[in-house]
Each structure stands twice: as structure tokens, then as C-alpha cells.
Design a binder for this molecule. Structure first.
Ligand SMILES: *Cc1c(COP(=O)(O)O)cnc(C)c1O
Length: 360
């Protein structure tokens, strides 16, 4: 068996140890004689798996007790609607910062449900920086302020977070959750699709301060009502049980690595190594201002676009997979989430250097 280095933005690489454990437990979970996939979500075995996963996530992120942690379906995209439905009335003011493709999607969805204001944007600058929070034109009466701390497609990340006073900050952290420590208490809500840095697709995590929920607007579907899911311990209906279990294995793996500060140190080293190589080369380029570069998603272009397919073919032949940039921006993108080992970065850099020497 050979495992490739998978640089996919999502669904993304998972830690090999986690996959091995899942394989070993596939047919018979801890002597119960059945797979986790086959368990009732209400049985003792699965409930213990579910509770352990939640506790491990709370430990890793230091989530305060007054926050609900929900294990949902529907992806981050469903929360684009869930956020305004739960936190704002039909004509209430809600503020959004536009830093890329995912912010824009969140803005478009909320625009159908509330009075959205784009309070800052780096669109005109080609999303190469995050607008300075001091210049955001936020509204003191906004029901929340929505940000996207890591823009997966543009490779843009916040280097600091706004002080929003009493206005709760809501963060779509899909592509950088668990990559470094975060002070959850500064946010009203954090949400993330699992398939980037948590586990398999099909699971969505919502972390929300309990005083913000329970007032979903009239007509909110039960499946999008956070208070209903909180009350039912995320078992209002059948949750994505196997994805929840795998996420739990990832949380335990993260604890064994030393937790989020240890991951942040490794992630910074990996990203610095790759950006350093790109910046030193005249052949590869990344347009994002250094202060705002994502540690998780590293887009880069080649000096000559006509070499893109040769680059990708050569990469694939070496087991460096899914380096093609998002269709909306082109070029290349290396997504280097927690599960990407440092050896994967070195293998990519070796290949990039060799390709430049041959073709550059
Ligand atoms: C991938 C991604 C999404 C969309 O997630 P789905 O789970 O596919 O709905 C939203 N926001 C960000 C920042 C993402 O990276």
C-alpha cells in the first residue's frame, strides 16, 4: 500500500493513525460485534462515542460551559442560512465582512433573510489582505457580525480579530478550526464543515453561546433551529454517526499530538517553509500580503500558466495529489491541514524545485 500526499482543500487528508484505527474497528467496535456504522444512535455504545467526542472537542478548544456544541448535517453552507434564522429577525441588521468567495456566499444567503450590510471588503484589492478592523463600518445595533477567519480559496486569513463590543461575532471557521488555539469566549458562534480539518464530509460542527439561541424566527425549519438540536444533544433526528465517530478519533489524535498549541507550532513551520520557498523563487508566486497568508491553504501560480497541466501531471506521478487551484481562481493550491505531515511539505518543495529547474 502506498499513501499519497493529498493536498485537497476538502474533503481533505485524514491522519493515517485515525484511518488505521477506524479500519481495525470497522467490523467489530470494542468487542460489541458490530460496526459503529450499524449502531443505533440512541444506544449506549454510540452515546458514549458521541459524548467522548464532544468532551474532547471542548477540552481541545477550551469551550466554555455556556456554549452548546452541536454535531449537525448540511455543511457550512446550511449555516449560511442557519445563522440569520436563529440570530436575527426578518428585517434586523446583520453585518458581514467580505474577504473572499466563502464570505460572498454567506452574504448572498443572509441577504435573502435579513438586512445585510457589507461593512468591509477586500474584493477590489483581489482579496490580498483582510481589511483593518479599525475601518469596518459596523452598526452598533447589528444582531451579529459575521467573519470568515480563513478563506479556503484565496488562502487569506485573519491575523487578529475585531473587538465588536456587545455585538456577537459569528465565524465560519470551516478550513482552519483546530489549526491553532482560539479564545472561544470572544465569539458568539463558530461553525465549520468537518471535511477540511475535522473528519469526513457529512458532519458540521456548531459552537454557539446558549443565550443567543432559543429565539429562532417564525418558520425556521426544525433542522436549522440550534435550540432544538441543543435540547436533543444533536439527536433530534439521526445524526451522521460514523462521521461523528471519526471526528472523535481525530480529536483524540490531536490530544496525543499535544493539543492545539502544538499543532499551531507545526502548522506555522509547515506554512513558513512553503511560503519561504515560493517567495525565494522567481517562478512561483503567491499574491497575499504576508501578514494575511493562510496557514492552511496556500495558493500559488506558475510564471507561465501554460505549464499548469504539466505541473499537475508530474505532481500526480509522484503521489502529490489535488494541487489544482479552485476553478474560480486557477493556478495551484496546496491545502496543508493538520493531517499533512511535514514530510509532505518537503516532498512538494522538492518537486517544485525540480520542476522549476526543468521548465522554468
Ligand atoms: C468548504 C467551505 C464552506 C462550504 O462548506 P460545505 O460543508 O461544503 O457546505 C464554507 N465556508 C468555508 C470557509 C469553507 O472552506
Amino acid at each position: 500500500m502506498t499513501r499519497a500526499y493529498n493536498f485537497c482543500a476538502g474533503p481533505a487528508a485524514l491522519p493515517e493513525e485515525v484511518l488505521t484505527q477506524a479500519r481495525d474497528e470497522m467490523l467489530d467496535w470494542q468487542g460489541k460485534g458490530l460496526s459503529v456504522m450499524e449502531m443505533s444512535h440512541r444506544g449506549d455504545a454510540f452515546v458514549s462515542i458521541a459524548q467522548q467526542a464532544e468532551q474532547d472537542l471542548r477540552d481541545l478548544m477550551g469551550i466554555p460551559d455556556d456554549y452548546a456544541v452541536l454535531f449537525l448535517q448540511g455543511g457550512a453552507s446550511s449555516q449560511f442560512a442557519g445563522v440569520p434564522l436563529n440570530l436575527a429577525g426578518p428585517n434586523d441588521p446583520v453585518d458581514y465582512v467580505n474577504t473572499g468567495v466563502w464570505s460572498r456566499k454567506a452574504i448572498a444567503e443572509a441577504g435573502r433573510m435579513a438586512d445585510v450590510k457589507e461593512v468591509a471588503s477586500s474584493e477590489d484589492a483581489g482579496y490580498t489582505h483582510v481589511p483593518d478592523p479599525a475601518e469596518w463600518r459596523t452598526r452598533p445595533d447589528a444582531r451579529y457580525l459575521h467573519i470568515t477567519p480563513n478563506e479556503t480559496i484565496g488562502g487569506l486569513a485573519y491575523s487578529r480579530f475585531p473587538e465588536a463590543g456587545d455585538v456577537p461575532v459569528v465565524a465560519d471557521w470551516s478550513s482552519a478550526i483546530l489549526s491553532e488555539p482560539v479564545d472561544v469566549s470572544r465569539f458568539g458562534m463558530i461553525y465549520a464543515g468537518a471535511q477540511k480539518n475535522i473528519g469526513p464530509a457529512g458532519l458540521t460542527i456548531v459552537i454557539v453561546r446558549r443565550d443567543l439561541i432559543g429565539n429562532a424566527r417564525e418558520g425556521t425549519p426544525a433542522m436549522l433551529d440550534y435550540a432544538i438540536h441543543d435540547k436533543a444533544d444533536s439527536m433530534y433526528n439521526t445524526p451522521p454517526t460514523y462521521a461523528w465517530y471519526l471526528a472523535g478519533l481525530v480529536f483524540q489524535w490531536l490530544k496525543r499530538q499535544g493539543g492545539l498549541q502544538a499543532m499551531a507550532d507545526i502548522n506555522r513551520r509547515k506554512a513558513n517553509r512553503l511560503y519561504g520557498f515560493i517567495d525565494e523563487s522567481d517562478f512561483y508566486a503567491n499574491p497575499v500580503q504576508p501578514e494575511y497568508r493562510s496557514l492552511m491553504n496556500v495558493p500559488f501560480t506558475l510564471a507561465d500558466d501554460s505549464l499548469n497541466s504539466a505541473f499537475l501531471e508530474g505532481a500526480e506521478a509522484r503521489g502529490l495529489l489535488n494541487l489544482k487551484g479552485h476553478r474560480s481562481v486557477g493556478g495551484m493550491r496546496a491545502s496543508i491541514y493538520n493531517a499533512m505531515p511535514e514530510a509532505g511539505i518537503e516532498a512538494l518543495i522538492d518537486y517544485m524545485a525540480e520542476f522549476e529547474k526543468d521548465k522554468g
